[in-house]
Design a protein around this ligand. Structure first.
Ligand SMILES: NC(=O)c1ccc[n+]([C@@H]2O[C@H](COP(=O)([O-])OP(=O)(O)OC[C@H]3O[C@@H](n4cnc5c(N)ncnc54)[C@H](OP(=O)(O)O)[C@@H]3O)[C@@H](O)[C@H]2O)c1
Length: 279
């Protein structure tokens, strides 16, 4: 099926479990807790962001929920993702973890719940619990994060429900072609985390050259590469100006020649943890 290209922050793409996922989401890892955190998420929602990516690990689910409720938006206008952290794996702990996220977010059913990391030995039971939560309606979709092709292949043995999403680190310097190829073939949406390579590669000569040629910023070039390579992108910023910059991704395109120049930047190194080493 040909995907419709996104035209605004509220453009969505379909998920396997039903529902529609906005192509751009605000990542909130290292967004503070407390009123400052609520203000960051509210600023993004005011600018038109319609997707927030949190996790129990980030310690700001309460703030995300408060901002969603205070935004004045209808609940179904905002897509909220959370994740099951590593010490909550296994059937009963995962059930309790989802209940905890549900209570902290306090926005009704969670739009998407992910397994944060492929914890060895417990993946099957963790997934069984998420399937239960999906059937019970506590979450609307379930997926995984940091799953490489071999973890996804293993799921075909035990999963009754396919993951609707795989959230992995992807940017021009780390393209994860094998995992992305697996997901494309199976209809699993790839979400690119750290799509700006944590802001560390924005001064790369080729990224800057493409940006200058198009009259765009390096951050916009990296994010647009993700969108045109059919990924959802999750840039994080606490700055309203940068949020606006990171959202100005529509009405222009890189085009195939620039996409290929960015494709050529693959280096294979992660900026965070490396699930390729996880058996
Ligand atoms: N599932 C996982 O295991 C996992 C792992 C990592 C991340 N994630 C998700 O992905 C999200 C994004 O990843 P990330 O936070 O690691 O990295 P990122 O979005 O690639 O980069 C964020 C960094 O870049 C800076 N920045 C943002 N916009 C900028 C711009 N336009 N120009 C210059 N600098 C800019 C931010 O600083 P300021 O905030 O000061 O603007 C921050 O230091 C996370 O928040 C989280 O939701 C998931």
């Amino acid at each position: 099926m040909k995907l419709e290209a996104p035209t605004s922050l509220s453009s969505t793409r379909p998920l396997l479990h039903g529902g529609a996922l906005p192509w751009v989401g605000l990542g909130v890892f290292r967004v503070p807790s407390g009123s400052d955190g609520v203000a960051v998420v509210l600023a993004a929602l005011d600018q038109g962001y319609r997707h927030v990516d949190t996790a129990r690990l980030y310690g700001n689910e309460v703030e995300v929920g408060e901002a969603v409720r205070a935004s004045g938006l209808a609940r179904d206008e905002v897509f909220v993702t959370s994740k099951v952290w590593n010490d909550d794996h296994g059937y009963d702990p995962t059930m309790r973890a989802v209940e905890g996220s549900f209570a902290r977010l306090d926005v009704g059913p969670i739009d998407l719940m992910l397994v944060h990391w492929p914890v060895l030995g417990l993946r099957r039971e963790t997934w069984r619990a998420l399937e239960r939560c999906l059937a019970d309606g506590m979450v609307k979709a379930i997926g995984v994060s940091n799953y490489m092709a071999h973890h996804l292949e293993e799921m075909t043995v035990y999963a009754h429900e396919k993951p609707s999403v795989n959230q992995i680190e992807v940017h021009p310097f780390l393209q994860q072609r094998e995992a992305r190829g697996w997901c494309r073939a199976e209809g699993v949406v790839v979400e690119a985390y750290s799509p700006l390579a944590k802001g560390r590669r924005l001064d790369h000569a080729e990224v800057r050259a493409v940006a200058a040629e198009l009259g765009r910023t390096p951050a916009q070039v990296m994010l647009r590469w993700g969108l045109e390579r059919e990924m959802v992108v999750l840039p994080k910023s606490v700055s309203p100006d940068r949020m606006a910059e990171n959202a100005d991704l529509f009405g222009w395109s890189l085009g195939e020649a620039c996409l290929e120049r960015l494709d050529a930047l693959e280096e294979g190194g992660v900026t965070g943890w490396d699930p390729r080493q996880m058996p």
